[in-house]
Design a protein around this ligand. Structure first.
Ligand code: ADP
Ligand code: MG
Length: 731
């Protein structure tokens, strides 16, 4: 009788992949050039100009560009124009699209159709429906802000992020970006605090700019998030309950070949993956998302997309669309998107580099050094403001990226450490040192370099090399926050960055305003102030190797916080310092901070619990049975050798012993894990999360270790789970 084991699933997966046929061109940029598709599904500026009266268009523009409050009177006209436009695009429904605290986007669709008095169909969409929605909010996490019986939550139209059409083969839906808050007006989402933090940083930046004689009326953070991700064949995905339910592998021994040859990074993109990227790009172009670069990343089967930068609010929404579109489109190619920060142990994880700067409404970048930054006082003020912000509030940046998943990455010699420091590079470090010493007098130049082949032109050299190990690096004309997790919304990290920089700009503006000076006379005051700030904040500056042991020691000596895990980091969110900062700038109320603290801990606990249950299930129902089958085969083989009487079955016996020992270890570890899952900690949310961290995670690791060892012992044809080698290299 043929033995059916789950490894049949593995075999089928490999067969499906080798038999995968190109599905033919689904996208044709020759007939529809990218310029023609870009933004066709966006209720964009040009659509508004065409379809709205002059008065209403101007009112909307003022809101978008200057953050002016919107007069509700204009909403009816906008709603009508939006509805007509959407219906021309085949829309039947509209939805208020929002970013609840679950980490995904949420939508509830409403039809444009209303039955009339005589049974006829009316197509309606009023200003009221545009401005406010009321989804049943009881199932979204609120962290105690709202009891479940008070289900009321409101979505409020965000006119500063354009509405768009989501296509489905059978129809389209008008999506209206909205903020989501409780009946009492407290934020239940990621957008509300983001918009508040953008107002805060704009207000303080304008005070500084005014001292330099600028007539700007709005300053907005600009963001370009580089998105890393894995794509693996879906057949493997469905044979791995851990990937399916937890987004990461909970088992798997290291493949014989990992990423050590570094032959994947920037390599040729496999045909199927490139086809998937092209279709994803087409879909994103239609939504007005300016994806710009794509390439292979360091790990096998890992890739990256980066967009052209946009203002923080639009960029946050667009990054959600990048993740969602990629997920949707990849299935059409038999691929599964893995956005988890660490899908495979021992292989690089995925992050999201958040490039961040500030720009005024004339389009000037506040962090652009120019050719002679030592003379560019305004640039130096903004630069030093960011340095001071990171120094003073490093813990808050850390907590903005704290998740159970990101804990696997940070400090694991592939991602920046959990110590938040600032990399400036050689040129700016030199200038900062000059300011500290008394005056900035010169700028180091990079000069040119020749490559040694006459046919190649000499290249201008950047004044400093890159540093991949720094969590917060100055890269030319922006900072790059590199510790953000790949699956995270950039909303949270942005809220912190905007608010802490607002606080620094506020401090600087206040000090400079006190002097009563302006113009040239202000320069010596600026020098004095920046000198004092640099003296105080320079411990945060570090250009060296952030992965090294030495840096950990040195950082401790400098007094920089090192919150190694989420559990170490989360209490900072509700510390006095955090409450004072966020309430001062109207970004979070104390209650809102507490709610976010609860949600973070709750998420952490739930994540670990799901993983622990999966670990147990896979170990007991897939791995142990496979190991026992193999053990029986080896025992049978010993009996056979003995019966034949050729020689003593020594090798077989030691294999049997090793198998038996490992199986016992696995069995005992499972028993222990089952026990700790069944006896959760008493106490509050923090106690629960801490228990998950201190007790459940080690018990899970104790199961994984013998299980991974068994993978190296048990006959391959009996092994139930697709291996790392298969998932990462068969594509
Ligand atoms: P790298 O980090 O390898 O230099 P790229 O230059 O490809 O990567 O990407 C950098 C990212 O930074 C892009 O998404 C780009 O749009 C973004 N970026 C560039 N200038 C700014 C800016 N002023 N503000 C915010 N993001 C920016
Ligand atoms: Mg980068």
């Amino acid at each position: 009788m043929a033995q059916t084991t789950t490894s049949t699933a593995r075999q089928n997966a490999v067969t499906a992949i080798t038999g995968w046929q190109s599905i033919g061109p689904r996208v044709n940029f020759r007939d529809t050039p990218i310029g023609d598709v870009f933004g066709i599904n966006v209720f964009s500026d040009s659509v508004m100009r065409e379809r709205l009266s002059d008065k209403v268009y101007k009112a909307i523009r003022a809101t978008i560009r200057k953050g002016e409050p919107l007069n509700p009177d204009v909403a009816d006209e906008v709603a009508k124009a939006m509805k007509d436009w959407a219906i021309e695009k085949g829309a039947t429904h509209f939805t208020h699209w929002f970013l609840p605290m679950t980490g995904l986007s949420a939508e509830k669709h409403d039809s444009f159709l209303t039955p009339g008095e005589n049974g006829e169909a009316l197509i309606e969409f009023s200003g009221k429906e545009l401005i406010r929605g009321e989804p049943d909010a009881s199932s979204f996490p609120s962290g105690g802000i709202r009891a479940t019986f008070e289900a009321r939550g409101y979505t409020a139209w965000d006119p500063t992020s354009p509405a768009f059409i989501l296509e489905n083969p059978n129809g389209t839906t008008l999506c209206i970006p909205t903020a989501f808050c409780s009946w009492t007006g407290e934020a239940l989402d990621k957008k509300t605090p983001l918009l508040r933090s953008m107002d805060a940083v704009s207000k303080q930046a304008l005070r500084v700019l005014k001292l330099f004689g600028s007539d700007a009326t709005r300053v907005a953070p600009s963001c370009g998030p580089e998105q890393e991700y894995f794509l693996i064949d879906r057949n493997f995905y469905f044979s791995r309950p851990d990937l399916l339910n937890a987004g990461r592998t909970l088992f798997g021994s290291k493949p014989p070949k990992g990423q050590e040859m570094e032959d994947h990074y920037f390599g040729a993109i496999p045909e199927r993956v490139l086809a998937c990227m092209l279709e994803t790009e087409l879909e994103l172009y239609k939504l007005g998302v300016p994806v710009k670069t794509r390439h292979n990343e360091v790990a096998p089967s890992q890739y990256e997309f980066a967009p052209y930068f946009e203002n923080a609010n639009v960029s946050t929404d667009h990054n959600m669309l990048v993740m969602e579109t990629l997920k949707r489109v990849s299935t059409r190619y038999g691929l599964q998107l893995l956005l988890h920060e660490k899908p495979f142990a021992g292989v690089n994880g995925s992050g999201k580099h958040l490039n961040w700067s500030l720009a005024d409404d004339h389009g000037n970048n506040m962090l652009k050094p120019g050719d002679t930054p030592h003379e560019n006082a305004q640039f130096l003020v903004f630069l030093v403001a960011v340095i001071r912000a990171v120094y003073k509030y490093a813990e808050l940046l850390r907590v903005s990226i704290a998740t159970a998943a990101n804990d696997h990455r940070l400090g694991a010699n592939e991602a920046p450490p959990a110590i938040i420091s600032v990399f400036l590079g050689e040129m700016l470090t030199d200038i900062v040192e000059q300011i500290e010493a008394g005056a900035a007098k010169s700028t180091k130049k990079g000069g040119t370099m020749t490559i040694g082949a006459d046919v190649l032109p000499p290249l201008p050299r950047d004044p400093g090399d890159r540093n991949r190990t720094s969590p917060f690096a100055f890269t030319g004309n922006k900072f790059e926050f590199r510790a953000v997790g790949s699956s995270q919304s950039i909303g949270g990290p942005n809220v912190v960055l905007n608010t802490i920089v607002a606080e620094s700009l506020d401090y600087i503006a206040t000090e400079l305003e006190k002097t009563g000076k302006s113009g040239e006379a202000l320069n010596p005051e600026i020098q004095k102030l920046l000198q004092a700030i640099i003296k105080e904040c320079k411990p945060v500056l570090f250009n060296g190797d952030g992965y090294s042991e030495d840096w950990h020691k040195e950082a401790a000596k400098r007094g920089l916080p090192n919150r190694k895990t989420t559990i170490d980091s989360v209490p900072d969110l509700i510390a006095k310092k955090s409450i004072e900062l966020f309430t001062k700038y109207g970004v979070f109320t104390e209650r809102e901070l507490h709610s976010r603290y609860e949600i973070l801990l709750e998420n952490y606990k739930k994540t670990i619990n799901i993983e622990a249950n999966l670990t147990l299930q896979i170990a007991q129902r897939q791995i142990l049975p496979a190991a026992l089958r193999y053990q029986a085969q080896v025992a049978q083989s010993i009996a056979n050798v003995k019966a034949a009487g050729i020689a003593a079955p020594k090798a077989e016996e030691s294999l049997l012993k090793e198998l038996n020992d490992t199986i016992s270890t696995l069995y005992n570890a499972c028993t222990k894990l089952g026990h700790v899952i069944d006896h959760p900690a008493d106490g509050d949310a923090f106690a629960h999360a801490k228990y998950s961290h201190a007790t459940i995670i080690p018990a899970m690791n104790a199961v994984r270790e013998p299980a991974d060892k068994l993978e190296t012992l048990v006959a391959d044809d009996l092994w139930p789970l697709p291996t790392y080698q298969e998932m990462l290299f068969i594509k």
